[in-house]
Design a protein. Sequence first.
Lengths: 265, 265
Amino acid sequence: MPYVQRGGVNIYYETYGQGFPLVFLHPFSTNGYIWYFQTFSFARTNQCVVIDERGHGRSDKPQQGYAIKEMAADVIAVLDELKLNRAIFVGNSIGGMLVMQLNLDYPERVAGNVIVSSGTNLGAGMPAEAKAAFQQNAEATFGALIEGAIAAKTKRERPEILDLMKAQFAVEGNFPRYVFNAAGADPGGVFNWDITSRLKEIRKPTLVLAGEEDQATTVAANKLLADNIPGAQLRVVKEVGHFYQLEKPAEFNQELRQFINRVAA
Amino acid sequence: MPYVQRGGVNIYYETYGQGFPLVFLHPFSTNGYIWYFQTFSFARTNQCVVIDERGHGRSDKPQQGYAIKEMAADVIAVLDELKLNRAIFVGNSIGGMLVMQLNLDYPERVAGNVIVSSGTNLGAGMPAEAKAAFQQNAEATFGALIEGAIAAKTKRERPEILDLMKAQFAVEGNFPRYVFNAAGADPGGVFNWDITSRLKEIRKPTLVLAGEEDQATTVAANKLLADNIPGAQLRVVKEVGHFYQLEKPAEFNQELRQFINRVAA
């Protein structure tokens, strides 16, 4: 059964293929399906591990416990279960936060990092009105946020992506509203997590991929990461928003392949 | 745990949402992921059930037992487990064959059918050379087959879909070669299954969606279904191949929504 239990919480994962391990960590309110165009493609040459983070998709959804540190520990529990020593971690948005936290808490497990549209201390940039709007009508507010997070070309040519993102937020069986609230309020959770002063401790090869049209985690938010992680490379991707791996999967895969060849060769 | 066991075979399924049930059945060599752009979108209004057919993805992969009739019985086992009386069945390719078989064996469980790029007696149209080529180099032969099954526009604008389809076939953890061989050789399996003379027994509202550029299950193969299923409607979709739901998800979803409104209202 593709679950590992940690502290009473069942974490869902899937694994395909053999070779140097890649671990994929999805954005807030989504699930492991977002790596559909990576999982099987890379499983021809690598062991791909896709995890549903606690509170999401097929994993358990406790009432509390959504500190980034907790969620990163879940990832290590999956690695331990699979007896994987080291991996390249690929994380989008909150998934990128987990990647950074893994570098602080378990650096010996990390071979390299691909951080896709992420940031730290994101709540500080959020106006009080936005927080109030989320309290009043979470679904509509999230819908507006996500519209600004997807590139114009994507919305024109792949309208299903905007619809999917809104749907994943709306479907309680995937992402219950209480998880959104608990994670948002957690002092170490998605909006309050701040490792700005510790980014310099991340010492593994790191590629930061920022979508030029992403208004959720802006280019500036991603540049802050790349500027402070020693040796990190920043790539700003045109005509992409918050979800590079889904908005332009073929290009993303090429870029990820190059990174793997560099780091895991 | 999202499995139901039938005759010692664990069948993986997921379910999201409430409302009139929709059951999604994927093509040969793929898995339930292919409904990514439907599952969450429709879960806002319907109970969506996505199944990995035996031999595929997260389900068990026995050495033998790939008759369409067996695989259809697995679907009923999932419905029984979920205590679902009736559903609209949406099946692509071999998934469409399961839908037709369900109509013959369990008509009382069927509210309506959406058959996406499918057919019956498909092996009869396959030249002996093609069968020999599959024996010699399955991966390359499948690759050529799948190239002809995807629309030119899709290959140009969404090259990740061709890559994904080749990868799902190549990754043994998703679809082992012995499953391909066992299903291909089964007298009631994917290539030998022939219900041409029984299509007239299918009595539920049926929509057949054929991709105009699909060389795997041609427009003619799909027209044969629509011509022989009483009252069935055929829609030939331009610039689409074998995977309408993935090649043009937004258009597909609109069409599926209309069908649901007509049948389940």
